[in-house]
Ligand binder design. Structure first.
Ligand code: NAP
Length: 288
């Protein structure tokens, strides 16, 4: 089985390469080697590698910048995904595509399940939702894996930003009125591997996968700083002051509730949700 990974130098791409699917031979291509917005290149890559499985970890992920770069975001998150899924359909390849909690508006009082109505409130979410819909319309053999609040030792993410800021500051204001479940990208790689193992049980479906405990950004930051201080990875403790989203000015609106209900993937693959607290401890001890 040949598995083609796109976006191989991104945060998740790195994690998948570090923790690859248990079966099959991986072909990992970064944005320079395979620009998914280039249809001719997509044809060429499929001809050359003849993948049985495609993991699309490529995406335009700059949530705030997307508000002013809608066309760029759409080109990667929607138009390229349409082309990729149609190619997978033509060539009978199983497509695993990564999507996001940001396809929801965050107004639900309970965790979102896979059949809940999508209603994105920012451009990034809108383009990711368009990508999902293109895959569904393509009739390819697919699994769309929605996840949330991704962090790891790789790339840019909230955990790494906090550690950078915490090196200089002893006091920080962090938003506390958005709830979600942080997800370690190494655990997403494990979930992808499980989906590949169960590919014959999936005809075309959406799955949710995220962390095992709900928190908010301020408490997530508190946990990171407390652990870092306890492990001696920061010279001082950092005090977090809760603030409301309305008092923290960013270009894109964020959903208030980003929590995903992950029962469906658990039932199919019997995998554990992401132990994000354990992952924070491990990253700190191994990489700082
Ligand atoms: N990060 C989160 O909190 C989060 C939350 C929920 C869902 N997700 C989803 O998880 C997936 C992985 O995200 P991530 O955190 O790994 O993001 P990331 O670190 O930004 O990685 C995305 C990768 O895609 C590549 N890329 C961009 N345009 C491309 C193109 N036209 N052709 C090929 N590759 C291209 C980027 O390469 P360059 O850097 O060279 O442009 C980058 O390596 C995405 O689908 C994202 O929507 C992320």
């Amino acid at each position: 089985m040949k598995i083609l990974l796109t976006g191989a130098d991104g945060q998740l791409g790195h994690s998948i390469r570090k923790n690859p699917p248990t079966e099959g031979q991986m072909i990992s291509l970064n944005s320079k080697e395979f620009d998914i917005t280039d249809p001719a290149k997509t044809d060429e890559i499929f001809e050359k590698y003849k993948p049985d499985v495609v993991i699309n970890a490529a995406a335009y992920t700059a949530v705030d910048k997307a508000e002013e770069e809608e066309q760029k975001a759409r080109a990667v998150n929607a138009l390229a995904v349409k082309f990729l899924s149609e190619k997978c359909r033509q060539k009978n390849a199983f497509l695993i595509h990564i999507s996001t909690d940001y396809v929801f508006d965050g107004k639900s009082a309970t965790p979102y399940n896979e059949t809940d109505k999508i209603n994105p409130i920012n451009i990034y979410g809108k383009t990711k939702a368009e990508g999902e819909q293109a895959i569904i319309r393509s009739k390819a053999h697919y699994a769309i894996l929605r996840t949330s609040w991704v962090f790891s030792e790789f790339g840019s993410n909230f955990f790494k930003t906090m550690m950078k800021i915490g090196a200089d500051k002893k006091h920080l204001k962090v938003v506390s009125d958005q709830i979600g479940a942080p997800t370690y990208s190494g655990d997403i790689a494990t979930a992808i591997s499980a989906l590949i193992e169960h590919k014959d049980d999936i005809s075309g479906d959406i799955f949710h996968f995220c962390g095992d405990e709900i928190t908010n950004w301020a408490d997530f930051a508190r946990f990171i700083f407390n652990e870092a201080f306890e492990q001696g990875k920061l010279p001082h403790s950092v005090e977090i002051e809760d603030i409301l989203s309305k008092d923290y000015k960013v270009a894109a609106k964020r959903p208030k509730n980003s929590v995903l209900d992950c029962k469906k993937i658990n039932t199919l693959c019997d995998i554990k949700l992401s132990d994000w607290r354990g992952a924070v401890r491990k990253i700190l001890s191994e990489h700082y």
